[in-house]
Design a protein. Structure first.
Length: 201
């Protein structure tokens, strides 16, 4: 007779399963994330993962939701530290970069993997929306402080494009060896802020 699992047992196994899925994705891409491979990685029977998730898609959705949540928490914590609106924007950018570089497999799962069924997973859509919100919150703070003018969502996405684009190039090893990634981001932000200043004057 199967052992009755407590809610803690279920959550613990789901976390382990998601961790194994993230590891397989990092090592061999999304094709490696199969129920059989996950069962092998955890040393359980091939049918065990189905007790916790409907299928592979549901597992990837849970892994991505957890990654988006960690990401949002990281940016929100940076924004909550003392400082001016400008300081908070810089802190948010630094936290973004740190997350991507220290958790590259989670970052890739968040942005490189496309799930056509994403809307079927409320936890994932909520976590992604929370993460997206951090991309405009720092700009709204600067606008409210009078340090910037314009459409917060558009400006936030421009900042986001700089961060994401430079990080994708850095993580994939596509930047020229003579280009320092941090210097590249600083230069891009400086040019953007100069352009915004000119637009405001």
């Amino acid at each position: 007779m199967p052992r009755v699992l407590s809610s803690e047992d279920v959550e613990d196994f789901r976390r382990r399963l998601c961790g194994a899925a993230e590891g397989l994705f990092a090592a061999r891409g999304p094709e490696a994330v199969t129920m059989r491979e996950l069962a092998t990685a955890l040393g359980v029977s091939p049918m065990t993962p189905y007790r916790y998730f409907k299928d592979k898609d549901a597992i990837l959705a849970a892994v991505r939701a957890a990654a988006f949540t960690r990401f949002a928490e990281t940016i929100e914590a940076a924004m909550a530290r003392p400082g001016s609106a400008f300081d908070k924007s810089r802190q948010a950018a630094a936290a973004y970069v740190d997350f991507a570089l220290t958790q590259p497999q989670a970052y890739r799962l968040m942005f490189d993997l496309s799930q056509p069924t994403e809307d079927d997973y409320p936890d994932l859509t909520a976590a992604a929306a929370r993460a997206r919100r951090t991309m405009t919150a720092h700009v709204e703070a600067m606008i409210e402080a009078g340090a910037m003018q314009g459409d917060a969502e558009m400006i936030g996405h421009v900042f986001w494009t700089i961060l994401h684009g430079s990080l994708v190039l850095q993580l994939s090893g596509k930047l020229s060896p003579t280009i320092d990634p941090q210097k590249l981001r600083q230069t891009a932000f400086s040019l953007l802020e100069r352009g915004l200043d000119l637009a405001m004057s």
